[in-house]
Design a protein around this ligand. Sequence first.
Ligand code: NAD
Length: 506
Amino acid sequence: MKDFLSTLGIKEKNAGTSTGVNYIENTSTNLITSHTPSDGSEIASVYETSKEDYEQVVKASQEAFKEWRMMPAPQRGEIVRQIGLKLREYKEPLGKLVSYEMGKIYQEGLGEVQEMIDICDFAVGQSRMLYGKTMHSERPQHRMYEQWHPLGPVGIISAFNFPVAVYSWNAMIAAICGDTVIWKGSEKTPLCSVAVQNIIGEVLKENDVPEGVFGMITGGREVGEWMTTDGRIPLISATGSIPMGKQVGKTVAARLGKTILELGGNNAIIISKEADLEMAIRAIVFGAVGTAGQRCTSTRRLIIHEDVYDELKDRLVNIYKSINIGDPLDSDTLVGPLIDQDAVDAMQNALKKVEAEGGSVVCGGDVLENLEGHYVKPAICEVENHYEIVQHETFAPILYLIKYSELDEAIELHNGVVQGLSSSMFTLNMREMERFLSHAGSDCGIANINIGTSGAEIGGAFGGEKETGGGRESGSDAWKAYMRRQTNTINWGDELPLAQGIEFDV
Ligand code: NAD
């Protein structure tokens, strides 16, 4: 018996756990069954949202918006503050569920919940800082300023690999902005969505806030498409693969809606001959094998100076031999399972392609058939950057080694992919680091020096360029994407001068 399931209001086995939305009458009979990737066994089922249920959720969201948008922003912040407190109470069970349903190790499951708590704290402060500018009018006795208004119901579509944190980056910021949200989490991790919904539901009930402020639907691509085609939802924030983002971007653009797209990465670290290799190795291993290579920011390519290439390769191969792979809830485990059999197959195919294109698998890559579940050994490969397979994000722990001799060449290789999410350089040379961060350096949304590509803090704006989609979420001024800007001009004089000095006498 997994106590954390009952603590989070989830009934084990085929009990048809509620959709997490208590304010609608559930009409669906289709069940989505969630299995743990740790041994493939069934955890519980949830109802897939039907079209009728969807209509009810959207209507509840629209209704709740009328009330929520008129609540002063700091009071909305107070609700989010209480959600942050409630998440602190449930941090352990929710961290365990994330680990059990998604397969990341428990420490990372806890980290995800901590990210939710952090973004709640950030959003509380932001709720008092939704600043607009004041401008000087060119006309006498006129005042100009801009203000930010909420958009309405915001659709959030999220991926399996961050089943709770990415939702909160969007939902907590949208909420303090005065928007309501409708969340469709991944069909691979529906129980995480239900658990979060139950936790937030307690706060809403205690404060008499309409449940429609935080709505939720359950299902896969088809259910997601109901939102992307729905003109009542002005903004869709979608996290997932590049093919999914291209589809969502096109569909929402066709109705001139807004999007925030957070898509795949192909993240690299440049290792200079002047790098602190001890630090670099720790960052590389965490970035490449952490979450079993299933982070959007996972380190996929290492671009290594020829002088340190052999040493670094040997040391990494040695470390890879001793990595503990197994049950994600076991405290000795560093690498848990992949999400499902498709992910295992995709990794095996990628390794075959590496060899077919002339590269080699230096170590790892085996499927651990002796374990129930979807376990693989992280792999290291020697490749060239232009290989077709290296140009793609394979969502598994494969680390590609690429050699360079000149810094310009390294940066060209680094930027020579279609994705542009996270990047890093290890060097103690000030000129090299500044070059990497300059206009002629990394073309990614995130560029780090002497830390790895994964493990971003919520205070910065998170997102990437090129086919990663261009969206920004979480900290900095990402809140502006959840609001509409309005420019206001007030004439407090008794004349009606026109802008640009135009004369128009009637
Ligand atoms: P996915 O693209 O298969 O699915 C993501 C979500 O989109 C799911 O909820 C799915 O049901 C939904 N969906 C799929 N097609 C849709 C469509 N046409 N219309 C509406 N919704 C649709 O991705 P995944 O396998 O769950 O996650 C892994 C991918 O997500 C990787 O590529 C990873 O890099 C990316 N990711 C990016 C970020 C980021 O912030 N940039 C964060 C996490 C994951």
